[in-house]
Write a protein that binds this ligand. Structure first.
Ligand code: SAM
Length: 217
């Protein structure tokens, strides 16, 4: 299969055609070999317009969802970013292409380990992968220019809002376990401005400040 051609077509027909304009996002998505982030048996589906299973009941998100969330973060090359929900590490690599430093947290240690190895093999030196509960944020590296949550949350965890710099942006899907809306929250002084964007369906954010009743599943 010609993965480079599939990747160009993904960017043209799934991303640009739906209104994503950020040159940095388009460039990163055209560059990164998404097929290396999915299980071998799914490589030929890696550039299709839907999420794919990555094991442990989790998914690599639909390419368009990765694009819109990244565009909403308004990243600058000097930004420090916190990502909650590393999964395969694909979204992490997109962030690492655009920002200066990325801290990413994954609650399933096996996924954190495989994403870390994958990102190292691809040469990313500006990424720290942490295994743990991202609903608490990561105080040690705070404050952040941007925080991205890639799992569906019942509400906006205060820990995450409090770890934003002034002018910082938090993008997070919020709603029920079966349907969420993508929120962008911007810190302006002591205020938090909230914009609603597209509806979406993510796997649940499980943790102390997320969905607690899924913890044994
Ligand atoms: N962005 C990922 C990618 O590109 O592959 C896909 C993320 S997947 C939709 C959501 C991930 O969030 C899952 O891997 C899940 O285990 C993780 N997750 C759920 N709750 C979490 C939490 N409290 N802290 C960290 N990771 C969490």
């Amino acid at each position: 299969m010609d993965f480079e051609k599939a990747r160009k077509e993904m960017v043209e027909y799934q991303i640009k055609s739906r209104g994503i304009k950020s040159p940095a996002v388009l460039k990163a998505m055209e560059k990164i070999p998404r097929h290396l982030f999915v299980p071998d048996e799914y490589q030929t589906y890696a550039y299709e317009d839907h999420p794919l299973s990555i094991g442990y009941g989790q998914t690599i998100s639909q390419p368009y969802m990765v694009a819109i969330m990244t565009e909403l973060l308004d990243l600058k090359p000097t930004d420090k970013v916190l990502e909650i929900g590393t999964g395969s590490g694909y979204q992490t690599s997109i962030l690492a292409e655009i920002a200066e430093k990325v801290i990413t947290i994954e609650r399933i240690s096996e996924l954190a380990d495989s994403a870390k190895k994958r990102l190292e093999a691809l040469g990313y030196k500006n990424v720290i992968v942490i295994s743990g509960d991202g609903t608490l944020g990561y105080e040690k590296e705070a404050p952040y220019d941007a925080i991205l949550v890639t799992a569906g949350s019942p509400d906006v965890p205060n820990n995450l809002k409090n770890q934003l710099k002034d002018g910082g942006r938090l993008v997070i899907p919020v709603g029920s376990p079966s349907l969420q809306v993508l929120l962008k929250i911007t810190k302006k002084g002591q205020e938090f401005l909230t914009e609603k964007h597209t509806s979406c369906i993510f796997v649940p954010l499980v943790g102390e400040k997320g969905w607690k009743f899924y913890e044994d599943s």
